[in-house]
Design a protein. Structure first.
Length: 338
């Protein structure tokens, strides 16, 4: 099989490796489409230790939709040709490989495969390209769920990348009245608007004024502030938490999902007086996968509209370069079959 190997900063190779062979209880997956995650871009652009734990000399990639190519002699509940979503944390049997499942390789071995644990059936209503976004959509959905959304609440999402936009979709599905998406890229914000979200380019617009105009006003610790109950950081900029501390209303919640958020100073006393919550969100759980499959199959949102470029597997390096251009790309997918 052809496999993508990470060699370090801005260096990958497409190499020939032996196709994995199924043991009695294993399932072999053939990758149909893979999606490029922001962490893949980070480790490609900046080197090891800047994204998922991608080892030099190892396979990588973790967002994919696959078809079953072979099954072990003792496997009875999987059939060749079935379309599946591989859950990166559990599909390979090694939880340390969640970010390096091997989605940028033609085949992935799923040892001791089990339905709704390492593998999930993809409904027929979801096309292959859209199904490649199941993994990031679950991350966004988990962040939305962690914000404890209630019907009629308003939210502000920082970051109009795949995670930010999918979090915004999930917030609406969980009952939020309005969701305002913020970014510095007009290109990405146009995609958010196309899905029906309010937007703010924080590079040239005053977020406080824009949010107040769209969401109304509420009481904050020092006076009136935008009526936003939920803030989700899918950007990782140092200013995001600062904006929440300055703008957050009484009882508002802040969810950090951006992997590049790093360490930030927090005024705990101020948050205490304002009855605010600071919440982390990493990864996702089976309930998030089930919700995402239902949302995608429902067809309410044109989720594939956030896919802006598609490359063949042989051009993975060019795809990674393109995915890092936030002014011209949002989600970039890899096609494994012509």
């Amino acid at each position: 099989m052809k496999a993508a190997v990470y060699n370090g900063k801005r260096s990958i190779s497409i190499v020939e490796k032996p196709t994995p062979v199924c043991g009695p209880h294993d399932v072999l997956l053939k990758t149909v489409y893979a999606s490029i995650c922001g962490t893949d871009v980070a480790v490609y652009q900046h080197g090891p230790g800047t994204g998922h734990k991608v080892a030099v000399g190892g396979e990588f990639g973790h967002e994919a939709v696959c078809r079953i190519a072979a099954v072990g002699s003792e496997v009875t509940d999987f059939q060749i040709g079935q379309r599946v979503y591989p859950y990166p944390l559990l599909v390979t049997g090694d939880t340390g490989r969640a970010g390096t499942m091997g989605a940028f390789s033609e085949y992935i071995l799923a040892p001791h495969a089990r339905w709704n644990v390492g593998l999930y059936a993809v409904p027929d209503e979801i096309d292959d390209r859209t199904a490649a976004l199941i993994e990031p959509f679950t991350v966004g959905t988990r962040a939305a769920r962690r914000s404890q959304p209630k019907a009629g609440e308003n939210a502000i999402v920082f970051g109009a990348g795949t995670i930010g936009i999918t979090a915004a979709i999930a917030l609406k599905e969980f009952g939020c009245r309005e969701v305002l998406v913020c970014d510095l890229s007009d290109f990405r914000l146009s995609k958010a608007r196309g899905l029906g979200f309010l937007t703010c380019n924080t590079g040239r617009e005053d977020l406080n004024e824009t949010a107040s105009r769209h969401l109304g006003m509420a009481h904050g610790l020092d006076g009136m502030v935008p009526n936003a109950d939920i803030y989700i950081d899918a950007a990782g900029s140092p200013s995001v938490l600062e904006q929440f501390e300055a703008m957050g209303k009484i009882g508002s919640r802040f969810v950090a999902v951006a992997v590049l958020a790093g360490q930030r100073p927090v005024n705990i006393l101020r948050m205490t007086y304002a009855q605010q919550s600071l919440i982390g969100s990493g990864g996702y759980f089976p309930e998030d996968v089930r919700d995402v499959l239902a949302m995608m199959a429902g067809g309410k949102y044109d989720i594939s509209s956030i896919i802006t470029q598609e490359f063949p597997h042989s051009e993975l390096a060019a795809a990674l370069e393109t995915a890092g251009d936030t002014d011209h790309a949002l989600n970039v997918v890899i096609r494994y079959q012509d």
